[in-house]
Design a protein around this ligand. Structure first.
Ligand code: GLU
Length: 283
């Protein structure tokens, strides 16, 4: 078994991150497997080195020991670019020049699990127009969902302990695989990394279950193995809301500063026991 924890260094880790990391770590250790850390730092404008260091220090405090050095997404940009080039050559992605305002202005844009479903404005531009606009207009790259689904057909994954789930990527529409402001999207980077790292069990919050629909599709398109999944309940604060980076009281740094023993906290979290007031809830 190989599991991973993949923080985005855009803020401090909180109890919800600790719960996720502890579940993935204890699953691997319990099976004499391996546990890796991945730093999801492709968002150059929001990622900070200080949060990378703070996250690793928090994990050390919890006693969550990693195998090997953390994997950095920012060091894997060439792999993402090569995959995008492959998808381009298979006509599975197209450049999109729309702004957010253009998409919002389209009255027909319904809402899907990844936000507004793209109305398809740039899907059928002529090659000449594409070439002309690619030269000087900011653009992202979108997956042609209908073409992708025509290649893969119906898709399933296994949710550990619960059986098979049907993936529903179509509900996301033509998702972005490479952003205007970042060379790759979370969906593409995470799917490629999990495969390259040899992750066998993806243990992450239930808020990401809709992403699994897309990741399963990308695995099928790219011939990657499908790991097993466990989408766990989310840690909620005393007011019943899912923890967010702004919940300073639940940050691991403040718990540590308050004298809490990290290893004891990790043992409690592994047994679904949370500090007073906090609860686990399924979204
Ligand atoms: N960096 C992502 C996050 O923090 C990782 C999600 C995942 O585990 O796939 O939400």
């Amino acid at each position: 078994m190989l599991t991973r924890f993949a923080p985005s260094p855009t803020g401090e880790l909180h109890l919800g991150h600790a719960y996720s990391a502890v579940l993935a770590y204890t699953a691997a250790r319990g099976a004499a497997g391996r546990f890796l850390i991945r730093i999801d730092d492709i968002d150059g404008s929001r990622s900070r080195e200080e949060y990378v260091a703070a996250s690793l220090a928090d994990l050390d405090w919890l006693g969550v020991g990693r195998d090997g050095d953390p994997v950095r997404q920012s060091a894997r940009l060439d792999d993402y670019a090569a995959t995008l080039a492959e998808l381009r050559s298979r006509a599975l992605v197209y450049p999109c020049f729309c702004t957010r305002a253009d998409i919002a202005a389209s009255l027909s844009a319904p809402h899907g699990p990844s936000g507004a479903v793209y109305p398809g404005t740039c899907r059928n531009l002529s090659e000449t127009e594409r070439a002309r606009r690619l030269a000087d207009e900011p653009h992202c790259w979108r997956l042609d969902m209908a073409r992708a689904l025509a290649e893969t057909g119906a898709l399933i994954w296994e949710e550990v302990g619960q059986g098979l789930r049907t993936a529903d990527p179509a509900a996301h529409g033509d998702i972005v695989l490479a952003r205007k402001d970042a060379p790759v999207s979370y969906h593409l980077a995470s799917t490629l990394d999990d495969a390259d790292m040899g992750v066998t069990h993806i243990i992450r919050g239930a808020d990401l279950i809709a992403s699994t629909d897309v990741h399963r599709l990308l695995q099928a398109l790219l011939g990657l193995p499908t790991p097993l999944y466990r989408h766990h309940a989310l840690v909620c604060s005393p007011d019943g809301k899912r923890l967010a980076k702004r919940d300073a009281a639940a940050s691991l740094a403040s718990l540590r500063a308050g004298g809490i023993d990290g290893r004891a906290l990790a043992a409690d979290l592994a047994a679904d026991r949370l500090p007073a007031g906090y609860s686990l809830q399924n979204p």
